[in-house]
Design a protein around this ligand. Structure first.
Ligand code: G3P
Ligand code: CA
Length: 262
């Protein structure tokens, strides 16, 4: 492989409902190098892969994820809202992998079973609302799976991401060997290339920022950082980040990104 790593954002989420097992398995079939997921806590302390604070957009439930137990969330349908969920043949039942809530544990099991190298980017949501519990639970779980300090032959590699320097700091304090990404949707006044906080080596600017600041990627890279850009879905944007020499592309359309990467 040459060129940047391609990460499937919430799975192959243009084609299939985001954060479902089916979306992640599709991304692996398409050849993605890695997978991106968001994690939040349920009322009873389980890490679930859901982007929004509320259930309304991506399930048939209502209200906040954090007010529900895992059992309550498991009874919901997380796929039917998406046009890609339906059966190809209307006589066939919908595959539960397209509709069932995904927990981080279920995703880690699937990644372990994939039998090939997989890089997993886990974004902790929400750093201030949960007061550090997401990072604590995440590190506990990764430790159980032997992923906080993987051996040299371990095919699964986890990187933890956040928009919050505080969350990055918490993760690094709990598991100093885990790589982290500081996500950037704007350029904070304190940011100096070469001095990302708390030993973070990877910068994660959004594509809008990269478009607006053409010198940002070269400046970060020449200061010794890797650069992973999100969420790059359009052909022109893919070509822009490929020509800028980024290290990682986070996309809803991994097959397109891989084809463009060549
Ligand atoms: O991969 C980073 C990206 O996912 C951050 O934004 O809102 O999609 O979680 P969001
Ligand atoms: Ca995310």
């Amino acid at each position: 492989m040459s060129g940047p790593l391609v990460f499937a954002h919430r799975g192959s989420s243009a084609a299939l409902p985001e954060h479902t097992l089916a979306a992640y398995l599709r991304a692996l079939e398409e050849g993605a190098d890695g997978l991106e997921c968001d994690v939040r806590l349920t009322r009873d302390g389980h890490l679930v892969c859901v982007h929004d604070r509320r259930l309304d957009r991506t399930s048939n439930g209502r209200g906040r994820v954090s007010t529900r137990t895992l059992a309550e969330l498991d009874a919901l349908d997380f796929g039917s809202w998406h046009p890609g969920c339906g059966p190809l043949d209307a006589d066939e039942p919908v595959d539960p992998a397209r509709t069932r809530l995904l927990t981080l544990e279920r995703l880690l099991d699937a990644v372990r079973e994939a039998g090939r190298p997989v890089r997993l980017l886990v974004e902790t949501k929400h750093p201030t609302r949960y007061g550090g519990n997401v990072e604590r639970r995440l590190v506990e779980m990764l430790r159980r799976y032997g992923l906080t300090e993987p051996g040299p032959d371990d095919p699964v590699r986890v990187t933890v991401m956040s928009f919050s320097p505080l969350a990055v700091r918490r993760t690094r304090e709990l598991a100093p060997a885990l790589p982290t990404v500081l996500l950037l949707d704007t350029l904070p006044g304190w940011l100096r290339p070469g001095r990302l906080p708390f030993g973070t080596r990877i910068a994660g600017p959004g594509i809008a920022l990269v478009r607006a600041r053409p010198r940002l990627v070269p400046a970060l890279r020449s200061a010794g950082h890797q650069v992973y850009v999100w969420t790059v879905n359009e052909p022109d944007d893919l070509d822009l980040v490929l020509s800028a020499g980024v290290d990682g592309i986070i996309t809803d359309r991994p097959a397109l990104a891989l084809a463009r990467r060549g």
